[in-house]
Design a binder for this molecule. Structure first.
Ligand SMILES: NC(=O)c1ccc[n+]([C@@H]2O[C@H](COP(=O)([O-])OP(=O)(O)OC[C@H]3O[C@@H](n4cnc5c(N)ncnc54)[C@H](OP(=O)(O)O)[C@@H]3O)[C@@H](O)[C@H]2O)c1
Length: 223
């Protein structure tokens, strides 16, 4: 498989990259981002790009892609609503359109997050915007999926660039044994390796669900 990863310089994108690079059936990984990665591997090509509303200049780098794993994103905390919408919905759907032109049968895996609002009508603005983005991805691709992780723990060296997620992870880590005891671990937490393995499972075999909640992610990762 030939896989394109967006957001590879962040926590979850790094997990996607690490798992793709170690998978025998992945022959090429193209990491598209605005920041150069401190990572080299014979399978990895890096593409630096600035304007994520227009991917036409990197279209040739996307040729031959079988799947796209999308971890480019921001927390809405303290962010201008228009900027949040542009990055969350605008960037994702612009890339989805270009990738659909390149390969309409592509598997697109979008990382949204627990609490995302598929109805697009709820009270939380961020959840509506992520819901609209999920819905767009799912309607663009017959193999379009959304992953809704809860707390994401790092399996590799990368840490989230988003402070809110770093604090959330740090707060939850000491509670992991307790959550396990209460059988809440699989429902509330996952880690970057499992997210990577779940995305690879979707690219290889698909899934009967188009939206995978935290528990579904952990189950898919183990298949
Ligand atoms: N971490 C969690 O616990 C968690 C839980 C649920 C959902 N999520 C969601 O998962 C996604 C990724 O989270 P994460 O923790 O991996 O985030 P992260 O570590 O902050 O990484 C974000 C990635 O998005 C890129 N990015 C952000 N703003 C950009 C912009 N304006 N233009 C281009 N690239 C931009 C960053 O690139 P640069 O390196 O160039 O900044 C980085 O590659 C987010 O949508 C987040 O809401 C995360």
């Amino acid at each position: 498989m030939n896989i394109v990863v967006f957001g590879g310089s962040g926590l979850i994108g790094d997990g996607f990259l690490q798992e793709c690079l170690r998978a025998d059936d992945v022959t090429r990984v193209v990491a598209v981002g605005r920041t150069r990665l401190d990572l080299t591997h014979p399978k990895l090509s890096q593409v630096l790009h600035a304007d994520f509303l227009d991917l036409a200049p990197v279209r040739s780098d996307l040729a031959g892609a079988d799947a796209c794993f999308w971890a480019l994103g921001v927390s809405s905390a303290g962010m201008d609503p228009e900027d949040y919408e542009r990055i969350t919905y605008g960037y994702t759907t612009a890339a989805a359109q270009t990738l659909h032109d390149v390969n309409p049968h592509l598997t697109f895996v979008y990382v949204s997050g627990g609490g995302t609002d598929s109805t697009e009508r709820g009270r939380m603005r961020w959840a509506r915007v992520k819901g609209r983005t999920e819905n767009a991805v799912i309607s663009t691709f017959s193999h379009g999926y959304a992953l809704r992780p809860g707390f994401v723990l790092p399996s590799h060296e990368a840490r989230s660039k988003t402070a809110a997620y770093r604090w959330g992870g740090a707060a939850v880590t000491p509670l992991v044994p307790l959550l396990k005891l209460l059988r809440l671990g699989p429902v509330l937490t996952t880690d970057t390796a499992r997210l990577g393995r779940a995305a690879l499972h979707l690219a290889r075999r698909g899934h009967h669900r188009r939206v995978l909640e935290n528990r579904d992610i952990n189950t898919a990762a183990a298949l």
